[in-house]
Design a protein around this ligand. Structure first.
Ligand code: SMG
Ligand code: MG
Length: 368
């Protein structure tokens, strides 16, 4: 296809409750969306970068800048673009995976809408519903935390030094032995904390996610030797090649897959495929996506290697309203699950009036 224009939209999405992680408290998302206008139709992609470079080095202003000045001009100049060619066309820019992923997703959305195929079908989804977990931020008190954790297939608690053993013990007590429980430290510890982290072993956690620095594969491998709780990398896994390296070094025995973090859904599929070959379970991470990113994540989570519930919560977990239809948990036999969209592209429709009404700044249109 030929890309005629790339639009950048910034939309303010207030959160229904503050979301606290080891790196700070978030009360709203300033979402960067890209729309590609092509000769076969339009497509939308969501950039998962945060407003500030705390989860990773990428952030919204940086992503918008690199798209405007480097990535979009390249796609606009290319005579023929497909989702499968986007990564190669943009490889001359180092890093900036979340920015690249947003463009690739928009191109894929346009491409699939034009032929009436869904993301799920294109990805090779095998499930029609996916199990959902919920990520629970650091809470002001344990009682407030306990009030939050109902209705999902598994609970993930955000932890940091000073907020770990006690909340984990209390939530384990509430869930009982069979409840699926895991923790995410977002790099808040160092290997010097290994003895302390070993005290999590009796709580029978599914995994501990990213206790140490993004670059520190060696310490994760060392920790995995010292504790019973499986170590799962998130921030460190920036590509399929890095996933293989971390697995082979014993630094991760379960992998969190986030398309934005690895540069797009196509690389996410490669992470899934290689992990499946290596018999390493994967699960779908979340970045507080709007319906655009959530739809694509749910489709990804429907692949056969996603054997653990993902951070694919209902929209209402984060937002009172959304720029697409809301994702609502199923009931009865589908309690704690979300249905995989089957409509063309992401399968959700973007409400343009919502995007305009919540715009944080006038949108930018780039043309070839
Ligand atoms: O989308 O449910 C979600 C968020 C899940 O905890 C979540 N994401 O490190 O896994 C993670 C965090 C990153 C986002 S924090 C701003
Ligand atoms: Mg994480």
């Amino acid at each position: 296809m030929r890309i005629d224009a790339v639009e950048l939209h910034r939309v303010g999405m207030p959160l229904v409750r503050p979301f606290e992680t080891s790196f700070g408290v978030q009360t709203a998302r300033a979402v960067l969306l890209v729309r590609v206008r092509t000769d076969v139709g339009d497509g939308w992609g969501e950039c998962v970068a945060g407003s500030e470079p705390f989860y990773s080095s990428e952030y919204v202003d940086g992503a918008a800048h690199v798209i405007e000045h480097y990535l979009a001009p390249t796609l606009l100049r290319a005579p023929d673009v497909t989702a499968a060619s986007v990564a190669r066309l943009l490889a001359f820019v180092a890093g900036h995976r979340m920015a690249k992923a947003a463009l690739e997703a928009a191109v894929l959305d346009a491409e699939l809408r034009a032929v009436g195929r869904s993301f799920g079908e294109y990805f090779g989804a095998t499930a029609t519903w996916v199990d959902c977990g919920v990520s629970v931020g650091i809470a002001p008190s344990i009682d407030e935390l306990l009030a939050e954790v109902a209705g999902y297939k598994r609970i993930k608690l955000k932890v940091k030094p000073g907020w770990d053993l006690e909340p984990v013990a209390r939530v384990r007590e509430l869930l009982g032995r069979d409840g699926l429980l895991q923790v995410d430290a977002n790099t808040a510890y160092t290997l010097a904390d290994a003895e302390h982290l070993k005290k999590l072993d009796p709580f029978d956690l599914l995994l501990i996610e990213q206790p140490f620095d993004e670059e520190d594969i060696a310490s994760h491998a060392a920790l995995a030797q010292m504790i019973e709780t499986p170590v799962c990398l998130d921030e460190s896994i920036l590509s399929a090649a890095l996933a293989v390296d971390a697995i082979e070094r014993g630094a991760t025995s379960i992998v969190n897959i986030k398309a934005g973090r690895v540069g797009g859904y196509l690389e996410a599929l490669r992470v899934h495929d290689i992990c499946r070959e290596l018999a390493v379970p994967v699960w779908c991470g979340g970045m507080l996506e709007t319906g655009i990113g959530r739809a694509a994540n749910v489709a990804l989570a429907a692949l056969p290697g996603f054997t653990l519930p993902g951070d694919t919560s209902a929209s209402s977990r984060y937002f009172a309203d959304d720029l697409t239809e809301l994702f609502v948990l199923g009931t009865g036999e589908h309690a704690g699950q979300l249905r995989v969209p089957t409509g063309p592209g992401t399968g959700v429709e973007v409400d343009e009036a919502f995007v305009t009404g919540r715009a944080l700044s006038p949108h930018v249109t780039l043309r070839g």
